[in-house]
Design a protein. Structure first.
Length: 299
């Protein structure tokens, strides 16, 4: 079983021909809203991948809160771990250009009220060998409490170190499974932008020191990972992306669900990479997450 402890947002998405430079205003071509938040995205992805999923976090007692939970509820994600907060539901303000690239500003809202007690209560209901998925859009104290509780209980912790920060670097080192994109991993290592060879060498060195499973997504170049002293690679699909928002969350959800279902690590990586590619073919974070049938058809 998978429990996701993390953020729940509504995404406010504007598209334009190109992204504005600092201080510049550009005209947009469309606007839409979609349920999002890295935690909720990963929960929905894991559920669409076939896992039994529980979501834990907080939303505001407002219209956006019910909208943010709608797709999770429709997918039969267990929402008993989601509580109502006095703060407004979190929002993500997303700009997307014609090439599918994006910039995002996240306003935490209710996500900022998630506490250490929430974390401990969430993990207390889990069983040894379950997967706990974490991201960094809720307070760091709560994430640390979740990691410590998971280690004590034998729960497998799966940390996606996004958005990246110094605390994400510190706490990510405590997780059993670490997932980052190439930029985040290079920041995690603290050596500036790395070549492919240097990145692999850094992954090997970190794995030898920590024993962590380390996974680095590479966009169009797929994914590279190290687990139990073995290096793995997996390719996604060759696509023309429409919107890359949520692709990383889709990858994470599918990977955790595949591991939870007993897939071999190599097959789980490939399944997750394909799912992440498919998520780039539709706009929005949660609406773009593919169902398992679509993923299996491409493998």
């Amino acid at each position: 079983m998978i429990t996701v402890f993390g953020s729940i947002n509504m995404d406010l998405i504007a598209t334009s021909e190109r992204l504005p430079k600092p201080g510049e205003t550009v005209m947009g071509s469309s606007f839409t809203t979609a349920a999002g938040g890295k935690g909720a995205n990963q929960a929905l992805a894991a559920r669409r991948a076939g896992a039994i999923v529980r979501m834990a976090g907080a939303v505001g007692d407002d219209r956006l809160g019910s909208q943010a939970l709608a797709l999770l509820a429709d997918a039969a994600v267990d929402l008993n771990g989601v509580r109502s907060a006095a703060e407004a539901t979190g929002t993500a303000h997303i700009l997307v250009d014609n090439d599918g690239e994006n910039v995002i500003v996240v306003v935490p809202g209710a996500n900022g009220t998630v506490t250490e007690e929430d974390a401990k209560r969430t993990v207390s209901s889990m069983s040894r060998g379950d997967y706990l998925m974490l991201q960094f859009e809720v307070p760091n104290d709560a994430i640390e409490a979740a990691l410590v509780s998971a280690r004590q209980k034998g729960v497998i912790s799966f940390a996606n170190i996004a958005p990246f920060s110094a605390e994400a670097k510190r706490l990510g080192a405590k997780a059993d499974i670490l997932v980052a994109n190439e930029t985040e991993f290079d920041l995690f290592i603290g050596k500036g932008e790395l070549s492919d060879e240097a990145r692999e060498a850094s992954m090997r060195a970190l794995h030898a020191e920590s024993g962590q499973t380390i996974i680095v997504t590479l966009g169009a170049d797929g994914v590279v990972a190290i687990r139990k002293n073995e290096l793995y690679r997996a390719a996604g699909l060759v696509i023309e992306p429409i919107d890359t928002v949520g692709a990383g969350d889709t990858f994470c959800g599918y990977l955790a669900a595949s591991l939870d279902a007993g897939f071999g690590f190599k097959d789980a990586l490939r399944r997750a990479a394909v799912a992440g590619s498919l998520a780039c073919l539709k706009p929005g974070a949660q609406p773009s997450i593919p169902f398992s049938s679509a993923v299996e058809a491409e493998i």
